[in-house]
Design a protein around this ligand. Structure first.
Ligand code: ADE
Length: 284
C-alpha cells in the first residue's frame, strides 16, 4: 500500500480525475487491486485513493452509507480533488415490476423519497431547487447504459468471457438486464413489502431504491459536475432483502461494478488538460 500524500494546492478543475464512489468495501478493493500506483489521501475521515485505472487518472473512495455520508464524500471529491465527473456504483433494492435481483439499473433520474418539507414545498421537492427529480446528463446516461450492456453481455458471462467465474445458475439468477430510469434514495434500508408498496404508490415509475444516489446528484448539481449512478439489484426491498447479501456482493455485485467501471473508463473521452486555447479537448 502506498504512502499518504498531500492534496494538490488547488483543485484540478474540468480536466481533473474521474471520481469513483463505491458503496461497498469489496467494490473499492476490486478497483484498488487494478490501480498500479494508488496513493492514499485522507480528508474528512475518509481515505481517497488517487492513481490510475485503465490509464485514466481516478480518485476512488468508499461512499459511506446514507445521504449525509455520500454527500460529504461527493463534496470532497468535487471541491478538494477537483474531479471532472463522478460515478457511483453499488447495490439497490428492486422496485420496478421487472427489475430482478442481478439486474442493473442506470439512473436517468434521482429523487429523495424521504424528503418532505410539505406544506412549505411539495412532497419530494428539494427546497431551493424547485424540483424533486435530478437528472444526470442524458449523453452520459446513454454512454453508461451502453457500457453496462457491453460489460455484462452474454458473451462476457459465457465460458471464456471475463465474467465466466460468475455462475448465475448456481446463484439462481437470470442473465442481467439493464434498466434505465428513476432511482430513489432515502436514509432507510427498505425491507418490507409494505414500505416497497408505499414507494411504488407515490412514485409509480420507480425502478430501484438505495441510500445515497440522489444526495450525490444534488452535490454534483451544485458543482456543475457530470455524474452517473449505476446500481446492481441485490434484493427486492421486501422481507427477504437481507438474505445472502454478503455473498451476493462478493460474487456478483463487485465483479459487475468492476467490469462496468473498466468498460466506462475505455469509453469516456480522454481529456487533455492543455489544449490550444487552454480548454480541455476530447479525444476518442
Ligand atoms: N441497498 C440495497 N438494497 C437496498 C434496500 N432494500 N433499501 C435501501 N438500500 C438498499
Amino acid at each position: 500500500m502506498a504512502d499518504m500524500q498531500h492534496l494538490p494546492d488547488s483543485p484540478i478543475g474540468p480536466s481533473g480525475p474521474i471520481g469513483i464512489m463505491a458503496a461497498m468495501p469489496q467494490e473499492l478493493q476490486a478497483l484498488l487491486d487494478l490501480m498500479p500506483d494508488e496513493s492514499r489521501v485522507q480528508r474528512g475521515g475518509r481515505d481517497f485513493w488517487c492513481g490510475h485505472l485503465a490509464g485514466r487518472e481516478v480518485v476512488a473512495v468508499l461512499s459511506g452509507i446514507g445521504k449525509v455520508a455520500a454527500a460529504t464524500t461527493a463534496t470532497l471529491l468535487a471541491d478538494a480533488f477537483g474531479v471532472s465527473q463522478l460515478w457511483f456504483t453499488g447495490v439497490a433494492g428492486g422496485l420496478g415490476a421487472d427489475v430482478r435481483v442481478g439486474d442493473v439499473v442506470v439512473a436517468s433520474a434521482l429523487l429523495q423519497h424521504d424528503l418532505d418539507a410539505s406544506p412549505l414545498f411539495p412532497r419530494h421537492e428539494v427546497p431551493g431547487l424547485g424540483v424533486s427529480r435530478l437528472h444526470p446528463p442524458a449523453a452520459l446516461v446513454t454512454q453508461v447504459a451502453d457500457a453496462v450492456t457491453d460489460a455484462l453481455s452474454p458473451r462476457a458471462l459465457a465460458p471464456g468471457g471475463p465474467l465466466s467465474h460468475i455462475h448465475l445458475d448456481t446463484l439462481g439468477l437470470r442473465a442481467p438486464r439493464v434498466h434505465t430510469g428513476l432511482i430513489v434514495s432515502g436514509d432507510q434500508f427498505v425491507n418490507s413489502a409494505e414500505d416497497a408498496d408505499t414507494l411504488r404508490h407515490h412514485l409509480p415509475d420507480v425502478l430501484a431504491v438505495e441510500m445515497e444516489g440522489a444526495a450525490v446528484a444534488q452535490v454534483c448539481m451544485a458543482f456543475g459536475l457530470p455524474y452517473a449512478v449505476v446500481r446492481t439489484i441485490s434484493d427486492r426491498a421486501d422481507a427477504s432483502a437481507h438474505v445472502d447479501f454478503e455473498r451476493f456482493v462478493r460474487s456478483v455485485a463487485s465483479p459487475y461494478s468492476l467490469a462496468i467501471a473498466m468498460a466506462l473508463l475505455k469509453e469516456v473521452p480522454r481529456v487533455v488538460p492543455d489544449g490550444p486555447e487552454g480548454a480541455p479537448q476530447a479525444h476518442s
